[in-house]
Write a protein that binds this ligand. Structure first.
Ligand code: TXA
Ligand code: MG
Length: 346
């Protein structure tokens, strides 16, 4: 299959929007920009189209998809919001939509089981990317869209990265430039609590725990056993994996080079003071936050730089830890998963 690209013209997005809508209406999959990472979209109400997402990504059917809506009010069409949570959900939508917050809520019957992997809940979000939003609005139906990478690999933050992942497997990429956030949305579930609603962060992302605390008591997801853990998002311990092996250090003294191997350093601030730069004669060095040292910049560049370093062909990518607060929690989560041991190839 030939993979076409439509470049979005920022002064007139019509061609890109209408091209995407036509493909989705025809039951095809389309890679679309969002503010977090590129998504591989399909009409969420068309089961055959959704099946094509799983095929192109080689994604196991037990991993449910996020649905993107084009209007805040659509949440009522696809989710059955419990009476006691209506006010909190409305506040969260008002505060964070359009934006990188995904809400897991009881689903309405209209959402097919293939989208939710048979679960009674649906994950909904409204992207801040104008192209994605307009496509969803024009289509008038939710767009199921996981990140546009092959399963288990690094999420794409540019149209080129999508092509690297899915060239020849999908008919169309909408190139809307680089993603603004660079890291996937925060996913939460909400339950009634004793005094305040209880908000569980199922996947850390750009919307931080600190920001969510205003709307309820933020708690860690709790799992009774391992089987239940598999039902939660981003659930696989090993994820975001480049070809190179990733080593996440806690301190410089942990590093030991193996003879004959090549090493790249993924530095947080590129500062010698942190003690990693001069630890080794690195084959490659990339800085997550060369500007102001802010975490948002590090999030924005994380997947892009992991791809770059991987392309250099090194055996190992050694990552410095970043400050684990705000969006730093999400960055460390992704680095830990990238560094987690992969199951043996089969
Ligand atoms: O920023 C994002 O969220 C991007 C862009 C494209 O929107 N999408 C994304 O999708 O990261 P994906 O499929 O790579 O990750 C979605 C996660 C998965 O780990 C999945 O298990 C979880 O969301 N998820 C989806 N529906 C769920 C549900 N009903 N309950 C719990 N987790 C759910
Ligand atoms: Mg993903």
């Amino acid at each position: 299959m030939e993979t076409k690209t439509i470049f979005a013209d920022f002064e007139d997005e019509r061609e890109a929007v209408l091209g995407a809508v036509a493909a989705l209406e025809a039951g095809d999959v389309v890679a679309l920009p969002t503010e977090t990472v590129y998504g591989l979209g399909a009409d969420a109400l068309n089961e055959e189209a959704v099946a094509k997402i799983f095929a192109a990504k080689e994604r196991p059917k037990f991993d449910p998809l996020i649905c993107h809506v084009g209007d805040k009010r659509d949440i009522e069409k696809y989710a059955e919001i419990p009476e006691a949570l209506k006010e909190t959900v409305a506040q969260l939508v008002e505060a964070f939509w359009p934006g990188p917050l995904t809400l897991v809520l009881p689903k309405k019957d209209i959402i097919p089981d293939i989208v939710t992997s048979g679960m009674p809940t649906v994950a909904l979000r409204m992207s801040a990317n104008p192209i994605m939003r307009k496509v969803a609005k024009h289509l008038g139906r939710p767009i199921a869209a996981p990140s546009a990478n092959r399963f288990g690999r690094i999420s794409p933050t540019s149209a080129n990265a999508v092509r690297e992942e899915l060239d020849g497997r999908i008919p169309l990429i909408i190139d809307g430039g680089a993603c603004m956030q660079g890291i996937e949305s925060t996913i939460i579930s909400i339950e009634e609590g004793e005094t305040r609603p209880s908000i569980r962060i199922l996947r850390a992302g750009p919307v931080t725990k600190e920001e969510l605390q205003k709307y309820g008591k933020v708690e860690k997801p709790k799992y009774k056993d391992k089987a239940e853990k598999l039902e939660a998002p981003g659930q696989l311990e090993s994820h975001y994996a480049p070809n190179a092996k990733v080593i996440l250090l806690e301190s410089p003294s942990q590093f030991k080079a193996e003879a004959g191997k090549t090493y790249a350093l993924l530095s947080y601030r590129g500062s010698a003071k942190d003690g990693y730069l001069e630890l080794h004669d690195w084959d490659e060095i990339a800085e997550l936050s060369p500007g102001t040292g802010k975490l948002a910049e590090a999030a924005l560049r994380l997947f892009y730089l992991m791809r770059e370093l991987d392309r250099s062909g090194v055996d190992y990518i050694v990552a410095e830890p970043v400050t684990e607060k705000g969006v730093g929690v999400a960055i460390m989560d992704r680095l830990r998963r990238a560094a987690a041991k992969r199951p043996a190839a089969h």
